[in-house]
Write a protein that binds this ligand. Structure first.
Ligand code: SAM
Length: 302
């Protein structure tokens, strides 16, 4: 433990104040912030008005922490067999649970089994992305924070009032983000647990133009109106199978964003061209394994 200067703030405004201090370069990032009743104690690099002296745990070097994804208050350790779940739990006051994946993302619902490596035994958390809030339950539905940049990229490409279809919407992160600029977003998923969380997230963010649909994407052409301006296909191990449906529903000149796991650049080019799509972009989103990465193909229809 080490004694240092700190600022006492109510827990409710703690995260906002932490970011403010970080931006100003005043937060001492070598010490672990801690709670005291309803307050959060934020360690400072130097004294400032209203500060006090308190004892803090010293943060382990970032390099000592296992590689992880942070989803709200849950840290998911990425490398099997990694040590340091307790260190991770103590590295930020907002982390309440550290999970170890017990297997790969699997099945039609793309969920994963986890074991609790440290902290509270829960798979539920509240996650914030660019000011939007999402209820997440990793035992019920897929979620990854790694596509946050992609959601913003697609949003920036949109015109106002577009008609959007999210064919594999999960708990709604693409649909609810794109609703900010769209006229309407139809958001389908085959997993009832995901659709139920999506409905919660629509209401949590007071979004009025997302239509959640519990359905198999293969059947959407039979029930939805045609002429979508934009279609999002985020099913990395199976989207190509549903491309005919997307092409049926998207208007000529519309755009499809197809996410696929590939092992070589241009792997899908022949099949996409065969279907009559013009590839206007192919980018790496993130690596998946030493020989595979998640790619996004931006396609113009017709
Ligand atoms: N777009 C969401 C996101 O970014 O978090 C979820 C993406 S997740 C990789 C794929 C989703 O597709 C899962 O929620 C799964 O339940 C859903 N899914 C799988 N097969 C489907 C199908 N045939 N029709 C509709 N949804 C399906």
């Amino acid at each position: 433990m080490k004694e240092g200067w700190c600022l006492r703030v109510p827990k409710t405004s703690g995260e906002e104040k932490r970011r403010e201090l970080l931006k100003e370069g005043l937060l001492d990032t070598c010490l672990v912030p801690r709670t005291d009743g309803d307050d959060l104690l934020l360690p400072l690099r130097e004294p400032r008005q209203g500060c006090e002296r308190e004892l803090f745990e010293e943060l382990p070097e970032r390099a000592d922490l296992p590689r992880h994804d942070l989803i709200g208050g849950i840290a998911v350790i990425l490398d099997p067999g990694s040590e340091g779940a307790d260190l991770l739990l103590r590295s930020r006051p907002s982390i309440h649970t550290v999970l170890f994946p017990e297997g790969p993302v699997e099945g039609e619902f793309r969920t994963r089994r986890f074991v609790v490596a440290a902290g509270e035994p829960t798979m539920k958390t509240r996650y914030t992305e660019y000011g939007l809030r999402f209820e997440i339950d990793l035992s019920e539905a897929y979620f990854s924070p790694r596509l946050s940049g992609e959601r913003q990229r697609v949003l920036a490409l949109m015109d106002e009032r577009e008609r959007v279809l999210d064919m594999f919407a999960g708990v709604g992160p693409f649909a609810i983000t794109l609703a900010g600029r769209a006229g309407v977003v139809y958001a389908a998923d085959i997993n009832p647990g995901a659709v139920s969380l999506m409905i919660e997230n629509i209401s949590l963010n007071r979004v009025k133009n997302v239509l959640p649909i519990l359905a198999d994407a293969a059947r959407l052409a039979g029930v939805l109106p045609r002429g979508f301006d934009r279609v999002v296909m985020n099913l990395p191990f199976g989207a190509v199978k549903f491309l005919d449906t997307a092409l049926d529903l998207c208007r000529p000149g519309g755009t499809i964003h197809l996410y696929a796991m590939v092992g070589e650049e241009g792997a899908l080019t022949p099949i996409l061209r065969d279907k009559g799509c013009r590839i206007i972009g192919e980018r790496v989103v993130h690596t998946y394994s030493p020989s595979e990465w998640l790619a996004v193909y931006d396609l113009k229809v017709g």
